[in-house]
Design a protein. Structure first.
Length: 216
């Protein structure tokens, strides 16, 4: 009887050791799976960040266009990767507003699609302002190999013959002198003039001995 009890206790101890070992092994597997999943997520996030694109606006943002002229400031952009290097061969689309203040391209359309050059740059040539004064946005989208990014450029159309444009220049003057100067140049057709104030007459000092006395 005692031998049977001892064997039973020994069997229970062995079972407990087996179950404990299995639990430890399952915990180890769960820990390894968790680490693998975290490593995969980190790698994916890193690769996504390395493959990301962004658009750098080189020219055209904040430009002032004279709607009585035939040309607006042409936007120039560069598509760059996460290392700020130009991305050649990227597809870039410039999209103009469908109504209100805006512009058109040479073909009269409101969109233009280009491929970036060896430096990753693209120029939206042939931009013409429409006859509506006001601020408008040029939407930009760029993509390559499944990577996408967007940006926008703000420009302003002004009419040199309207009081509204004069008020607009006053607002720009409050916002910043450079913008107001650009508006003034646009209203003069792109020509800038400088007026110098007349020089003050020189001061002449006559040598001699001053005399002092009471009032006469």
């Amino acid at each position: 009887m005692d031998t049977h009890i001892i064997r039973k206790q020994g069997g229970n101890a062995q079972l407990r050791r087996t179950v404990f070992a299995e639990l430890l092994f399952m915990r180890y597997k769960l820990t390894m799976v968790r680490r693998i999943v975290i490593a995969i997520l980190v790698i994916n996030i890193t690769l996504t960040a390395q493959d990301s694109l962004h658009v750098v606006v080189l020219e055209g943002d904040g430009a002032i266009n004279n709607i009585r002229g035939s040309r607006a400031k042409e936007p120039v952009i560069r598509v760059e990767d996460a290392s700020n290097k130009g991305v050649p061969g990227a597809t870039v689309t410039f999209l103009l507003p469908a109504q209100g203040a805006g512009a058109t391209f040479n073909d009269g359309g409101s969109s233009l699609t280009l491929i970036t050059d060896d430096r990753g740059e693209a120029v939206a040539r042939g931009l013409r302002p429409n006859r509506t004064a006001g601020v408008f946005q040029i939407r930009i989208s760029a993509s390559k190999a499944g990577r996408n990014t967007t940006a926008s450029i703000s420009q302003t159309n002004v009419d040199p013959g309207s009081h509204g444009s004069s008020r607009l220049i006053a607002i720009l003057a409050i916002a910043g002198g450079a913008a107001a100067a650009g508006a003034a140049v646009a209203l003069r057709g792109g020509k800038s003039t400088t007026t110098q104030a007349p020089a003050a007459p020189p001061t002449v000092i006559v040598p001699g001995t001053p005399s002092f006395g009471g009032p006469k």
